[in-house]
Design a binder for this molecule. Sequence first.
Ligand SMILES: [Mg+2]
Length: 268
Amino acid sequence: MVAWGLATLASILPHTSSASDNNHNLLGYSVAWKQTAAEYRALYYQGFNLAKMHLDNALAKHKKGDKPLAIVTDLDDTLVLPLEYWGKLIQNNKDFFEDPLWDEWIPTNGMVASPGSNDFLEYATRNNVDIFYVTSRDQGEPTWKLAKQNILAMGFPLKDDAHLTVLTDTSNKETRQNEILRDYNVVVFLGDNLNDFRRKYYIKDDVEGRIAKMEEDKDLFGSKYILFPNPTDGHWLAAIFGQSEPEATPENREKLIQAATKSAWLGK
Ligand SMILES: [Mg+2]
């Protein structure tokens, strides 16, 4: 009877966004994990420890006359964590990525360096390993300057402007990656999205197809490709929705639930 009473009361009150609505925010678990889990942070240490191991091996083998050594790295969710941004989304009762808010937030330098990133980049620099930042972002005309500002605010080394590539009109990083590969021996690629490694993994509307492409290269993960965790955004969403920043619509919420129940026990 009490439950019926509350339900009736709720049904006659004007509908406003409330804390109880937010209790059902689809982003809740993913963002809570990013904000609080020691495991999340440990995965960054794990990634950078692995990367350092490969760097040490490459440095030991490197001879005079060999191509110089380099690292190619993504920025967001690889070297920097946009935790504040996701917290704000939840606070605003938003359950899908919101571009205008992201663009407003980027210039604040509110991101934090991912655990282990500073030490790793400093170690690479000390050993004369070039660091190439390749990111895709679009905040209009100041995009590149903002990315540079973020890098410097985190205390990351930037050898010169050519070491930062910001793609505003495409997420295809391969052209720039290939240019770097021509002149450098890239020891590892760092990213939170398979697209940070090669473009072949950029597959829309096909969850199984994308997984199959990844399986083809299973030996490269942890060796050539160092992958960091990101359960809130990335091209894994494009495999489900056909785009990596789907609209916050009832249809897309339903699609997400379908994805979450891709397999489900047939019992009670
Ligand atoms: Mg990223």
